[in-house]
Each structure stands twice: as structure tokens, then as C-alpha cells.
Unconditional design. Structure first.
Length: 331
């Protein structure tokens, strides 16, 4: 599915989520807020004019703790953000990217600061937040803004990128890799301190403040049973009464010719009981947008008490082939 970004929703390419960087909690809130301001139809990086009061409110910044004026506090935060870079490493390359191209505060005729900041994200960030076709993650900013730890933000985003459309997942990261991407190699020399300040803090915040359950297990080194080498993370979505019905995918069959988006839709189709060959043919035959729209109809209708669907797999195939779409009022 294409990037359907709307205000309040952060959509990021996964390499941005797993990048190496270090931001303060206020900096990471402001950056994520600006990404959430990107419109679904944006094709280029635009300037955003944001009032001081909006930054304070939307980014959950406690203005009562300002040791200087609001303008001076925001200026100092903007200066730090302007200098921040992130390191992205993929199989093809390693690169350093600046987050911001521009940040300015205008003055009125009397020389007083106008209480608003003009932000413009860097062009380097554009391929990581605009026109995303696959390998991206959607994040609700309302959860991010409530974290008090940057580590909570990072683990929450990483966990969502691993979960994708599944109801639960596990993933494993070495302690050295976590410290590398969080840029804290020189901190927390004792593992107990790392566990308390990084892992336990993130676990507590994510479980209390978000829509997922986050836990971890310690993996000891095979060569040194006293050394903790990796962390196994166990993540699942919280179940609520309002959560739509999604059937569990019972097959991990991987189609090597599919890209991430195609594989994702294929997994959803077989999750509704459609056999592997039929699901593969559907993904190869129909537009991905048509399949995605039809699956949204299926989810909606399965949760509609007035709908009596006896053959779910047949209904899924029919919905895709007949190009079912949700009425606008249900979107």
C-alpha cells in the first residue's frame, strides 16, 4: 500500500527507524511531530510554520520547566536539531543525513520575536518519509508524545516495524547493536544499569502508554555463560473491544519473487483461508491497491453483525476480483 500519511500519523521508511542517532526526548518529539505533519499527497519537502504554543502542546513539552523564555528555549532546541545527523546503513551503503535544512523565527516591526518557527526538513529525509511504496511503518504520534525516554520511542518504533500486520512477533538484537544505533556505546558499562535505565524503562512506558505489549528475555553468550550477549524481544498487540477482527496467518510460506508489500498482502489473503496457489495468483494478477481496498472491505464486513458470511475465503476472493471498496463514510 502506498503512504497514506495523515496528520497525527508518522510514516517512516524502516531504515530511518533502525538508523543510528541520538536525540533528546524533546528533539525526537519535535522531529516526529514534523513528520506527522507531512500530507498524504505531498511529493516534496515543504516548509511548516508552527506556533510556539502548538510545539509546546503537541510535543507535550512542560513549559513550566523553562529556565529561560519560551522563545529562548525553543531557539536552543532548534539550534540543536539543526545540527543533528543520523547514520543509515544498508546492504548497499552507509550515509550520514542531516535532519533539517532550515529553522527560523521571524521578528515583528519592533524587533520582537513572532512566536512561531518555520521548519523545513532536509531533502535527504525525503525518500524516507514521502511516496513510500514498501518497507515502511506507520506510527501514531499520540503515543510517541507521551514517552519520557528516547529509548521508549526507539523500541516502540522498532517493535512496530517488526510487527507489521501481525498480532505478535519476536525479534533479537545484540546488546552491542542496541548501544550502537542508540549511540550510547560509552554509557551503561554495567549491564544492570543498562537493563534498568534502557530496557526496563522502555518496557514500563510502552506497556503503560501504547497499544502494544513489550517484554524481553536475556540471551547469554555461548562461550561465556556470565555474559549477556543479546536481547530477545517479545511483542504483541493489545486486544480491545474495538479492535477489528483479523484472522491469524497460519502460514509462513515465503514467495521469493514478491517484494515486501506483495508478500504482506499474500500473507493476509492466506490468513483468511485462501489456498497458497490461489493467493499467489491473485497477487500476481490484480493491482495491489485493489487487493488492499478489498481486504479493508472484508475486515469491515466480518465485524458487521448484519453480515452473515459463511465462506470467508470465497468472500475474500470475490471481494478482490469484483474490486470491492469501502463506502467513503466508513473509510
Amino acid at each position: 500500500m502506498e503512504n497514506n500519511n495523515t496528520k497525527g500519523l508518522i510514516v517512516k521508511k524502516n531504515p530511518l527507524i533502525s538508523a543510528r542517532y541520538k536525540l533528546s526526548i524533546n528533539e525526537i518529539r519535535i522531529f516526529n511531530f514534523l513528520v506527522s505533519e507531512v500530507g498524504k499527497d505531498d511529493t516534496e519537502i515543504k516548509e511548516h510554520k508552527i506556533k510556539f504554543s502548538e510545539i509546546v502542546d503537541e510535543c507535550n513539552i512542560n513549559s513550566g520547566n523553562f529556565y529561560k523564555t519560551e522563545a529562548e528555549f525553543i531557539k536552543e532546541t532548534v539550534i540543536k536539531l539543526k545540527s543533528r545527523v543520523i547514520q543509515i546503513e544498508t546492504e548497499k551503503a552507509w550515509e550520514v543525513i542531516s535532519l533539517f535544512e532550515k529553522a527560523s523565527i521571524l521578528k515583528d516591526k519592533k524587533g520582537n520575536y513572532i512566536p512561531e518557527v518555520i521548519f523545513k526538513l532536509s531533502e535527504d529525509v525525503r525518500p524516507l518519509i514521502l511516496n513510500l511504496k514498501n518497507n515502511f511503518t506507520k506510527i501514531d504520534f499520540s503515543y510517541i508524545k507521551n514517552f519520557t525516554s528516547t529509548y521508549s520511542v526507539r523500541f516502540y518504533e522498532i517493535s512496530l516495524s517488526e510487527l507489521r500486520n501481525s498480532s505478535n512477533c519476536t525479534y533479537q538484537l545484540s546488546v552491542s547493536h542496541i548501544k550502537y544505533i542508540f549511540d550510547i556505546q560509552k554509557k551503561y558499562k554495567r549491564f544492570e544499569t543498562f537493563k534498568r535505565s534502557v530496557l526496563n524503562k522502555a518496557k514500563k512506558e510502552i506497556n503503560e502508554k501504547t497499544n502494544i505489549i513489550f517484554d524481553f528475555e536475556l540471551i547469554y553468550s555461548k562461550s561465556d555463560k556470565r555474559k549477556i550477549e543479546s536481547i530477545k524481544f517479545i511483542v504483541s498487540r493489545k486486544k480491545t473491544e474495538k479492535e477489528p477482527l483479523v484472522l491469524e496467518v497460519k502460514s509462513n510460506y515465503l514467495i521469493t519473487s514478491f517484494d515486501d508489500e506483495e508478500q504482506e498482502l499474500y500473507n493476509q489473503i492466506i490468513g483468511y483461508g485462501v489456498d497458497n496457489k490461489k493467493a499467489k495468483k491473485i497477487v500476481e494478477t490484480y493491482q495491489l491497491n485493489q487487493i488492499s481496498n478489498a481486504l479493508e472491505v472484508v475486515k469491515h464486513d466480518l465485524n458487521n453483525p448484519n453480515k452473515n458470511i459463511n465462506n470467508i475465503s470465497g468472500y475474500v476472493v470475490s471481494a478482490i476480483e469484483k474490486d470491492f471498496k469501502l463506502p467513503s463514510e466508513f473509510k
